[in-house]
Ligand binder design. Sequence first.
Ligand code: DQA
Length: 163
Amino acid sequence: MKRSKSNKSSESPPPPQQRVLVLHGPNLNLLGVHGQGSRGLTTLADVHAAMEARGRADSVIVESFQSNHEGQLIDRVQAAAVEGVAFIIVNPAAYTHTSLALRDALVAVAIPFVEVHLENIHAREPIRHVSHFSDRATGVITGLGAYGYLAALEFGLSYLREG
Ligand code: DQA
């Protein structure tokens, strides 16, 4: 019996696109609403659009997720591991100073992450000087406003390129 012709092409399929997840904690949906934006990036939607466009230029998918609920942020981190997200940028907002559960999720999935804060948390009240994330982060950017997200993404893209 003759074998049917294989319709496999000689070209191998393109590698799957790499993915970066950007996580925003509680109240960051208000970014811009109270004049917290900087360098022309006034709302979270503006920040997302700039980051997605920058990722696209490197053929990297940049997804953003904001929640005011700790459990939803934890679920999103756990899903990231299943989806093969390669890098996370996270502003845990007030959970920075309180959430062992979100810290544990990031440690558990072992996806490298950069911690971002709009304001310099070390120039604010002492309670904000403590972060449950910084010791496990690849790096921390604090006080550069919305630009900090783009700086973190630039680092993430070079990390994905070069490892
Ligand atoms: C913040 C700093 C936190 O202390 C604060 O609770 C926030 C925002 C920042 O981006 O500067 O919600 O994470």
